[in-house]
Design a protein around this ligand. Structure first.
Ligand code: NDP
Length: 359
């Protein structure tokens, strides 16, 4: 049985007299810092000297360098991108921790896959919202709360569960529910959503778009129908509110009959075996090992370059212009340099497959 914690399970008094440092004032950092402070807790911010730090100052937080903030605090939230966490943890966080401090992650990745060299005399906790930063703040303010995954990886104080429950209450997640998992489980679920579900969904969406455009429908109408209207997000919200299947009741009778009667034709798509293969790679650590290699970072650069050159990007740009939609300055994908291409030579056959796939 999984443990699910609610409002009455957390006691803010557990954090009385403790200073909480938020390291990283980005998406999650800002939202969680504001929520914890509004819950009456003593919060400071540690960030590099730049725009994020200025925002924290405008929000009237006492700000420090990362090193100083960790020194000042009893509880340290590490809310920086997962990719740089190993370096920042070793250089700025770990040397400034003291016995009985607690560190709190919002993602299970680095601890779950053993990528950090963790001290033994502290508590190691997870509070991973299933919600983007803006939502973490909004759902706190409107009192609804949001789901999170929480975990205790190391309980040095013998009070770690009470500490993470108090922090969960302060951040506002207990209003909706905090589900107890392990760090590895959180990371695996997150990676699977990104690798096992996301690309399959993207493939289905692209197939539908190309089927309609090839059949002669105007791209403007096709993209608006398929996703640009934003209607899909309401369907997702309805799934969360009333149920995956029951949400069909929000659609017309024709829509319900059409999707239910035609659904059966897609039953033989070999999705589950592929998804199981991807899950196995995640669970065994094979994916993490691959991603941690420096050659993979170069491979990623090239794949991203191919992907952002896909036909759909051109179609989308034209549609956005014709619909008068705001242009977003999103990174388009730079090709690797000549030097980098030389390094990639040893995997050139594999890369050709990607190039062909994204054509
Ligand atoms: P952001 O990218 O929004 O946060 C960036 C923060 O990290 C900024 O304060 C930035 O400050 C700091 N930072 C970036 N690079 C460095 C560096 N080299 N050295 C020191 N500080 C640095 O991150 P998120 O809020 O998206 O993610 C934080 C954690 O939350 C991650 O573990 C993520 O997995 C998790 N999470 C994120 C969710 C989301 O919706 N985004 C949802 C749930 C969990 P500056 O660049 O100014 O130094």
């Amino acid at each position: 049985m999984v443990n699910i914690y609610h409002e009455n399970d957390g006691d803010l008094n557990v954090l009385k007299g403790k200073t909480i440092a938020i390291v990283g004032y980005g998406n999650q950092g800002r939202a969680q810092a504001l929520n914890l402070r509004d819950s009456g807790l003593n919060v400071i911010v540690g960030n590099r000297d730049d725009d994020y730090k200025s925002i924290a100052q405008e929000d009237e937080f006492e700000t420090f360098s990362i090193q100083e903030a960790v020194k000042e605090a009893d509880v340290v939230f590490i809310l920086i991108p997962d990719e740089i966490m190993q370096d920042v943890f070793e250089s700025s966080i770990k040397p400034n921790l003291t016995e009985n401090d607690a560190i709190v992650f919002a993602s299970g990745y680095n601890v779950g896959f053993d990528l950090l060299n963790l001290p033994e005399n502290i508590d190691i906790l997870l509070l991973a919202p299933r919600m983007i930063g803006v939502g973490v703040r909004e759902k706190y303010l409107d009192g609804e709360g949001f789901f999170s995954f929480i975990a205790v990886h190391q309980d040095h104080s013998n009070n770690a569960l009470q500490i993470i429950l108090a922090l969960s209450k302060g951040v506002g997640t207990l209003k909706k529910g905090a589900i107890e998992v392990t760090f590895k489980m959180e990371a695996e679920l997150d990676l699977f959503n990104e690798q096992g579900f996301g690309p399959a969904f993207g493939r289905v969406l692209l197939s539908a778009i190309h089927t309609l455009i090839d059949a002669g429908y105007p791209p403007e109408a096709v993209l608006v129908e398929m996703y640009m209207s934003g209607e899909m997000s309401y369907t997702y919200q309805a799934m969360a509110k009333v149920g995956l299947v029951k949400q069909v009741n929000f659609h017309s009778q024709t829509s319900q009959y059409g999707s239910m009667s035609r659904g059966i034709r897609f039953r033989k798509l070999p999705l589950k075996p592929k998804m199981e293969e991807i899950l196995e790679e995640i669970q065994s650590g094979e994916f993490t090992k691959e991603w941690e290699k420096s050659l993979t970072k170069l491979k990623f650069k090239l794949i991203k370059f191919f992907a952002t050159k896909q036909k759909i990007n051109r179609i989308e740009n034209e549609v956005r212009e014709s619909l008068g939609l705001k242009e977003y300055d999103v990174y388009e994908g730079e090709p690797p340099t000549e030097e980098e291409m030389k390094e990639l030579k040893e995997i050139s056959e594999e890369l050709k497959v990607f190039e062909k796939y994204y054509k």
